[in-house]
Design a protein around this ligand. Structure first.
Ligand code: AMP
Ligand code: FE
Ligand code: FE
Ligand code: ZN
Length: 284
């Protein structure tokens, strides 16, 4: 069984359409794939319709949150939410607020760049993006304008949090997010909790606290985690009774990671499936 629980499509900042993504998942010999676009469920339907025979689809999302950093200051956290009811009103409203934050933030960053003569068009970027725009869309525009040569170079330069062009967005407090996912019948797993290349880290004490208040798991096996980070997370998961997952965080050509490069053990996936009461895993 090959299970990959974290992928992105053109519904957010991936480059495969949801239909292309499930076909690529079948070609990569996956048995289970989760579609987890940032702050939107809008790719779900197309993925369900295109689901190849033999592949199972977990409908999910990666939610933009804010948790306690190890240094006590707030830190961005990504929360994977699986198999929740998309019609739960409060959760749907919060997703919409997050997408609106994404739009105003990318518009503001692109505006600053345009004003500085970088040759990007804020409204064109928003028009070309899907329902959930992100910095990778801006990276593509910077490449097209000849400002940088790659997405990585864009993130190291004009898109970095230290850049003069950087604008923050207001994400969901992590505790509220875990509560919303549970209220909608979903299962919450913290994505890449030790991805230190993105900046400061989430406090493990905050993770332990949340394990008693509705958090179900940690994404332990991920390209951005060192072997030492993996051991730390395995220990926290074991002592807190959390599920351990592994996943690629595939973004098509916006990242070099391959589908199925990291995977989740079948027994861990079974726990996630058994805890969920929002929507079912769909079989192709
Ligand atoms: P945003 O959601 O707009 O803040 O942009 C962050 C997104 O960009 C995350 O989903 C990451 O997957 C992606 N990202 C972060 N760093 C990089 C990088 N160096 N190269 C490609 N994508 C990145
Ligand atoms: Fe992303
Ligand atoms: Fe993420
Ligand atoms: Zn992701």
């Amino acid at each position: 069984m090959r299970i990959d629980l974290h992928t992105h499509s053109t519904a957010s900042d991936g480059t495969d359409s949801p239909a292309e993504l499930v076909r690529a998942a079948a070609s990569a010999d996956l048995d289970v794939v989760a579609l987890t676009d940032h702050d939107t469920t809008s790719g779900w339907e197309e993925a369900v319709v295109a689901l190849p025979p033999g592949l199972r689809l977990v409908r999910g999302m990666e939610m933009s949150c804010s948790g306690d950093g190890e240094d006590g200051y707030p830190v961005p956290v990504h929360l994977l939410a699986y198999l929740f009811d998309p019609t739960h009103a409060a959760f749907a409203a919060e997703r919409e607020r997050l997408r609106d934050e994404r739009i105003s933030r990318i518009r503001a960053m692109a505006r600053k760049m345009a004003d500085a003569g970088l040759g990007v068009d804020p409204e064109q970027i928003l028009a070309d993006a899907g329902p959930s725009v992100g910095r990778p869309h801006l990276a593509r525009a910077l490449i097209a304008a000849g400002v940088v040569e790659s997405v990585d170079a864009a993130f190291a330069g004009p898109l970095s949090t230290r850049s003069e062009f950087y604008v923050d967005k207001v994400d969901t407090p992590l505790d509220d997010a875990v509560e919303l996912v549970a209220a909608a019948g979903g299962v919450a797993v913290v994505a890449h909790p030790r991805a230190r290349s993105r900046g400061r880290l989430l406090s493990l004490d905050h993770v332990r606290e949340l394990s008693g208040r509705g958090l179900s798991g940690l994404e332990v096996y991920h390209r951005d985690h060192s072997p030492a980070d993996v051991r730390v997370l395995e220990d926290v998961a074991a002592e807190s009774g959390l599920v351990s997952t592994g996943s690629s965080d595939y973004h098509g050509t916006n990242k070099s990671v391959r589908l199925g490069e990291f995977t989740t053990a079948p027994d861990q996936f079974e726990i996630i499936e058994s805890k969920a009461s929002g929507v079912r895993v769909v079989s192709g």
